[in-house]
Design a protein around this ligand. Structure first.
Ligand SMILES: [Fe+2]
Length: 321
């Protein structure tokens, strides 16, 4: 692809994004040259964080190949029913397939997106250049004040965000302890232009799942579950969405009802998000969450490395220390 073609791709992506109501803005000011580099793994250094996502897919070889070629994940392990992919040997995404899996309707509780956090803006740009060269369509791109985010979907429609954080010193905390976030245009062209045009060899070491964003059916119920039961902090609210974190990160978990308001529980063995894992760096917080789950008589199963449960919307959740 020539430089001209790449610019056309970015323009086409921008047009597609504009058509979805999120616009890019070529005049947005770049701050890449003046910012200190944030700690690449700060999201996962908090007392609790999202460590892993598990998708049930229909075409395992095709989807696995896509995550390797387009997202730059590498095989970590093969299992009886699937594969584990990750970065630098660290597992991030499990893909399994089951012949009788029902195709999840769009409004089912489950995944809105798995968000991969890049170490810095340069790596975000290098990945953007890679997908531009491969003509991968984008679904959106936003400046959230705390972060710069690019959205797409895998070939079976599982949502993906790829983002980088601005330094935490630049985040604005409000008087109530929440963090200021917004959805503003993102200058994709600038991010692309600033990236070195060297060979891309997959996701950089340090890339992690920074957050997971879920479709749930009821926001007050989400506030109760993630804040009051699991012990996360409510960090931001949007119309129809709440954002939760540990350690005052902007969010480790998002929950919205934009497609799924009032939807019935997710059924077992549906395509899409089977389960995800919250890992606790602080074992006291894990014990508090387990005690709250027991008090509410929410069934929890002790599994090999931690605890498994099903959330109020039928989404699997593992808690591990
Ligand atoms: Fe997100």
């Amino acid at each position: 692809m020539t430089d001209l073609d790449r610019r056309d791709f970015l323009k086409a992506s921008a047009a597609a994004i504009a058509a979805t109501g999120i616009t890019t803005n070529a005049s947005a000011e770049s701050t890449a040259m003046t910012e200190p580099t944030p700690a690449p793994t700060h999201a996962i250094q908090m007392p609790a964080f999202v460590d892993h996502s598990h998708l049930i897919v229909r075409d395992l070889p095709m989807i696995s190949s896509w995550y390797q070629q387009i997202m730059g994940l590498k095989p970590v392990e093969k299992t009886a029913s699937g594969e584990v992919l990750g970065v630098d040997g660290h597992p991030l995404l499990t893909l399994t397939t089951e012949g009788d899996a029902a195709i999840a309707p769009r409004n089912a509780p489950g995944l809105f997106h798995t968000a991969f956090l890049m170490p810095d803006r340069t790596e975000l740009g290098r990945w953007l250049a890679h997908i531009a060269h491969n003509n991968v369509p984008l679904q959106g791109a936003s400046d959230h004040l705390v972060s710069e985010a690019i959205y797409l979907g895998d070939p079976e429609g599982n949502g993906i965000e790829v983002y980088r954080d601005r330094p935490r010193a630049e985040w604005e905390y409000l008087q109530d302890g929440m963090v200021k976030m917004a959805t503003l245009p993102l200058d994709l062209q600038a991010i692309y232009d600033e990236a070195p045009k060297d060979k891309w060899d997959g996701m950089a070491d340090g890339t992690a799942i920074g957050h997971i964003h879920l479709q749930v059916s009821n926001i007050p119920e989400a506030n109760s579950f993630f804040r009051d039961v699991l012990g996360l902090d409510l960090m931001a609210t949007y119309p129809g969405a709440s954002f939760f974190s540990s350690g005052k990160y902007h969010h480790h978990i998002g929950a919205n009802i934009w497609n799924s308001r009032g939807a019935p529980k997710r059924q077992a063995n549906m395509t899409g998000l089977s389960d995800y894992t919250i890992r606790f760096n602080d074992p006291v917080k894990l014990q508090s969450a387990l005690a709250a789950l027991e008090k509410l008589e929410i069934p929890v199963t002790r599994s090999g490395e931690g605890y498994s449960l099903v959330d109020p919307w039928g989404i699997g959740l593992k808690l591990e220390a």
